[in-house]
Every structure is written in C-alpha cells, then in structure tokens.
Design a protein around this ligand. Structure first.
Ligand code: ADP
Ligand code: ZN
Length: 603
C-alpha cells in the first residue's frame, strides 16, 4: 500500500470520514512523506487531521505543541475514543502521572503526545525527545509566535529550537490567522522558510452573517436567541466585564441558560463555566474576548456581538467559532454609533505609539466599512483576506438587499449642525438642535437661536442617529476624544457642505430579526416527526454516555452524525457504518447501542 493509500485508509477506518476535505489530502501526503508545511485554514476547516493522520502513517510518536490545556485534553479524549494512543504532558498531571506518560513516550507506546510549549523547551523534555523516535512536530495555533498578533505567547519564540536540535524531523505549523504579516512572521520565527505553504479558502459557507442596527441591543439579542436558537449553544461577546455580568444575569432572568466568562472572575468559576459550555448541551456563554481560543466545541450554533470588535480579523476569528461541524450557524451583531465612538476613544486614549494608533484606526475603518456595506458581507470579508468571491446568498445583505437613499440633504443638515454648534457636542445634543427641542443645556448655550435649530424636525431620532453613525463610519465626521463623544468635521465633509458631493446611505433595517437558518435548532431539517423523535432519543442516549465517560457529548458522536443517523435510521451495523463520523472503533463501541435506540424509536 502506498503512503497515500494508507492515509486514506486511516481516514476511513479510524476517523470514519469518507473523503479528505479541501487540501487535506495534499497536506497529509506531503507531511507523511517527511516534508515541512505551514497550513493556513479557517477555524472548522479540519486542521487536526492534517497532522493526526501523518502521525499514524509515520513511524514514531508525533509531538504536538498546543497552547491551551483544555484543548489538549479534549483532543486526547477524542483520539482515545477512536482507538488512537494519545496522551498529554501539562501542569494538570502530578509527578507520577507525568512519569508514566514520559515512559510510554520513550518506549514508543504512543501515537501522539500533546505538550504545552513551555514544557517542551525544558532540558528534561528535549532530552526525552532526543531519546525517542519522533514522527513529526506539529505546532498548533502557530500565530501565537507573532508579536503583533492578538494571542502572542512568549514561549512560542523558543520553538525555533526544534528545527535546530532535530533538523530531520518534519514540522507542520497550523493556524487560522490569514493575514500576510502574521504568515511571514510565522515562517521567519519558526524557521519554516523551506516549508510548503498551504492556503485554504477562508470562506465558512455555513455561517450566516447578519449585522443589525443597534436599538435596544439586549431585547434584540433575546428576540434573536428565542426566534432562532432556542436551546442551542452560543457565545455572546461584550466589550466590558460589567456588561458581561449584567447581560448574563439578564438572560438568566429571561430563562436562557446563560453563564458569564471574563478575566475578572476567579479561576474556579471561569473554568467551571467553560467546562459546562463544552460538556452540556445548549449553554450560552456571555463573555469578553478572553473567552474563545481553545474552545474547540464543534456545535456552537451562534456567535452574537453586542459590541463592535476591534478589527475584521477579530470579528472573523470570533464568529468563526460558530458551526465548526459544518451545520448552519449564525453570526449576529448589533452595531450603533456608540460602538464607533467607544472604539475610537479606546484607540486615541491608549498609551500606544502613533504608528500603532494609525494601524488600529485603519483596522477599525475596515470593520466599519463591513458594517455599513450594502454589498454581500461575505464578499467584503473575503476580500479583506485577499480572496475573491461571488455574492453568497447566505448573509443579511444578500437575503434582504438593503435599500439606499439619497442622504445628501440630511448629511448637510447634520454636518452644518456640528459646525454651527462649535464642534463640541455629542449626538444627543445635536439631534435636539436638529429637531428643535429646547433642552436646558440647549437654552444654556443659546442654540435655539442658531439657523440650524429645528431644520430636521421632520425626521425622527432613530433616523438621525443613523445618519450621524454613517457620517462617522464613512469618515465625514469624527469623534473628538478630548471632549467626551463630541463630533467634529473632517476634510471630507467640505464637498458635501458646499453641495459638490452626493451621499448615499444605507436605510435602517431596524430591529428586524434575521430569517431562520433552517429548522428551529439549525440542525439539518429532519424529514418528519419520526426523525425528530429519533434525534431526541439519540441525543438523550449520547448525553448519558457522555456523563458516564465524563467527556463532552460531541466526543461520543457529533451532532451531524446523530442527524444523519436520525435521517437514515439504519437497520444494521453495515448501514450504520456508511454514515460519516462512524469509524471502526465507534462502530464497535456504540454500534449496537445506537441500533437499539433506532429500534426503540420504531416502537
Ligand atoms: P479546525 O482545527 O481547523 O478548526 P477541526 O480539525 O476541529 O478543525 O475539524 C473541524 C470539524 O470537521 C471536526 O468536526 C472534524 O471531525 C470535521 N472534519 C475534518 N475533516 C473532515 C473530513 N475529511 N470529512 C468530514 N469531516 C471532517
Ligand atoms: Zn452574501
């Protein structure tokens, strides 16, 4: 059997998948043959198999560097289920347990060993590796080596040592971070100049992108969850710890199984909330961006943003945590002027140097362009990563093309009001002036005597807020960071004020909920009530099995696999083995039990 045939055989019998996906086959063949590789693949693309299969094809033990303990543990649990000999070395093991793993490793009794980076580079560990036969080194989350990235880990810098000490062992570095700067930095810092680079499409076709105008964000969120994701697992991102706590508490009050997560909580409750999210069905975690890396849960059905992320990269990485199993999922965000003001203030107010502020500001602009876009969101997103695409039919702007309107007149009124009031006031005051409302503050400043007083009385507050938001997002006005939230004009405002330039704006879609993603829980639509009943029974069986083994439910069988079983209701083991996700070990281990459930549903 050729190496390539062996790889395919392992994919089928051990992992239970019929075919390689995208570039997996090429990568697996290349690494199995001893080549170095840098793999850039979006979250959910299937990176793990790219080193797990070569680990089984090649002689010796594969050493996998992974930055997060939770991730390691779940990977090892999942591999063990498949009959693969995997273990990890990290700080959760006591001395005796670590010794046992080390000895299994040196005696070649493992297929894969997961190691935390700080441990790998200790003399003890290097010595151990020196004495064992190593099949390959896999460096997961390789962007952690980048100092300008968002997850820099100083320990990762030491990993270039692997190449120096073990030049003949192939290395494969993997990441879901796509931008060219990070890629260059990985190649340079890990000495991967000779490696073949595999870049996959970054499209996540099963994720539906929706960005709504923020009105009452919480209520909008609740309507979204109730309408589309009743009982589903999801993540809600907020900017501040306080907002995380408040939102989680509020959702709980509405009967949603919500748990908070942020760096200000004590480690014990943080770990508990993360573990419950991983292990139980249908938990909604409300979190700051402290939550996410290392969350390898394939069946997260939605990611919601109540605040604006800092960049398109951030947005894409956070939303990418939805739907890794390939089933339909939602990325939903509520966005308003307050977000723009807040993000701009954070950039300006930071202690970082001018160069950093310029970069951060440009990144924010790119994200704002996405929010205000009247084109397909996916086309915009992929263009940002340098990938051409066609309108997708699975984002809000494709499904319900936003209307634009000629906002030239409104823009002139709004910009004049900023100018006439001395460029010192925030939106609330500016709208009071436009609508001709005499607040106390307005009278104090004599703003009822201005020519602009009341010139926008025919338009309501929401519409005006929209106009101001778009003026800022489009760069005609900016936020003054010295004066709390005050707006002032930019150079580009002039042609509009002089009547030389037209402005088109996106009409507000208000609080409209996105259309359903297909089926209540976004699982593949079952053909009828019988399937639904069977699916429920299968889930109940899986939950019990997961509890018994103390592993996450998806480690037993994925949602997609359960759905396929429910749909085809196989009568025997042969039928069951046809289903994607059922390999030999799973068939042996759960085949009869699953068939029993199928029979019980038939009555
Ligand atoms: P990543 O690490 O890139 O986020 P994973 O390796 O966790 O992605 O894989 C994502 C999901 O895709 C997993 O549920 C995995 O079982 C599934 N998967 C990977 N490769 C294949 C394949 N060739 N066929 C079917 N499913 C696959
Ligand atoms: Zn689209």
């Amino acid at each position: 059997m050729t190496v390539s045939d062996r790889a395919l055989d392992i994919l089928r019998t051990t992992f239970g998948h019929a075919e390689f996906r995208g570039p997996q086959r090429e990568i697996v063949d290349h690494v199995s043959a001893g080549g170095d590789a840098l793999v850039l693949m979006p979250t959910g693309g299937g990176k793990s198999l790219c080193y797990q299969i070569p680990a089984l094809v090649r002689r010796g033990v594969a050493v996998v560097v992974s930055p997060l303990i939770a991730l390691m543990q779940d990977q090892v649990a999942a591999l063990t289920q498949l009959g693969v000999r995997a273990a990890f070395l990290n700080s959760t093991l006591d001395m005796e347990q670590a010794r046992a793993v080390e000895s299994a490793f040196s005696r070649g009794q493992l297929d894969l060993l997961y190691v935390a980076p700080e441990r790998l580079t200790t003399p003890r560990c290097l010595d151990l590796i020196d004495r064992a036969q190593v099949a390959l080194f896999a460096i997961d989350e390789a962007h952690c080596v980048s100092q300008w990235g968002h997850d820099f880990r100083p320990e990762y810098l030491q990993l270039s040592l692997l190449h120096e000490k073990f030049p003949s062992v192939p290395r494969i570095a993997l990441t879901a971070t796509a931008d060219p700067q990070t890629r260059e930095e990985i190649i340079q810092r890990l000495a991967l100049g000779e490696a073949r680079v595999f870049v996959s499409s970054f499209d996540r076709p099963n994720i539906r992108y929706t960005i709504v105008d923020k009105a009452d964000a919480r209520t909008q969120l609740l309507r979204f969850i109730r309408g589309e994701h009743d009982g589903d697992a999801g993540i809600v991102y907020c900017l501040s710890r306080r907002k995380v706590d408040e939102t989680a508490h509020w959702l709980q009050g509405q009967g949603i199984a919500a748990l908070p997560y942020h760096a200000g909580m004590d480690a014990a409750s943080r770990n508990e909330h993360q573990a419950r999210f991983q292990r139980e069905d249908g938990i909604v975690v409300v979190a700051t961006i402290a939550f996410g890396m290392g969350i390898d849960k394939p069946d997260v059905r939605f990611v919601a943003h109540l605040d604006l992320p800092k960049s398109v990269e951030g947005y894409y990485q956070e939303t990418g945590r939805a739907g890794r199993d390939g089933l339909p999922a939602n990325a939903w965000m509520a966005y308003g002027l307050g977000d723009v003001v807040q993000q701009r203030r954070m950039i300006e107010g930071s202690d970082a140097g001018e160069a950093y502020k310029r970069v951060a500001s440009a990144k924010l602009d790119a994200l704002l362009a996405l929010c205000e876009s009247v084109q397909c969101r996916r086309v915009q997103l992929l263009a940002y990563f340098g990938e051409p695409a066609e309108p997708c039919g699975n984002c809000d702007t494709c499904l319900e093309p936003p209307q634009t309107w000629d906002a030239t007149e409104a823009a002139r009124k709004a910009l004049s009001t900023i100018y006439r009031t001395g460029q010192r006031f925030g939106v609330v005051h500016l709208i009071d002036v436009l609508r001709g409302r005499t607040s106390e503050r307005l009278l104090r400043w004599d703003h009822h005597r201005l020519t602009v007083f009341g010139i926008g009385a025919d338009t309501d507050d929401t519409q005006w807020r929209n106009v101001f938001r778009q003026l800022v997002a489009l760069g005609y006005a900016e936020v003054d960071h010295e004066a709390y939230g005050a707006l002032r004009l930019t150079e580009s405002a002039r042609p509009i004020l002089r009547g030389e330039q037209q402005v088109q704006m996106r009409r507000s879609l208000e609080t409209k909920a996105p259309k359903k993603v297909r089926g209540r829980s976004a699982a593949p639509a079952p053909a009828g009530a019988a399937d639904e009943d069977l699916l429920a029974r299968l889930k109940a069986w899986r939950l019990e099995e997961a509890r018994r083994q103390a592993v996450p439910a998806y480690v037993i069988l994925h949602d997609a696999t359960l759905a396929a079983i429910a749909q085809s209701a196989p009568a025997d083991l042969a039928g069951l083995s046809e289903i994607s996700g059922i390999g030999q070990k799973r068939l042996e281990r759960y085949g009869e039990a699953v068939l029993d459930v199928v029979r019980s549903a038939r009555g």
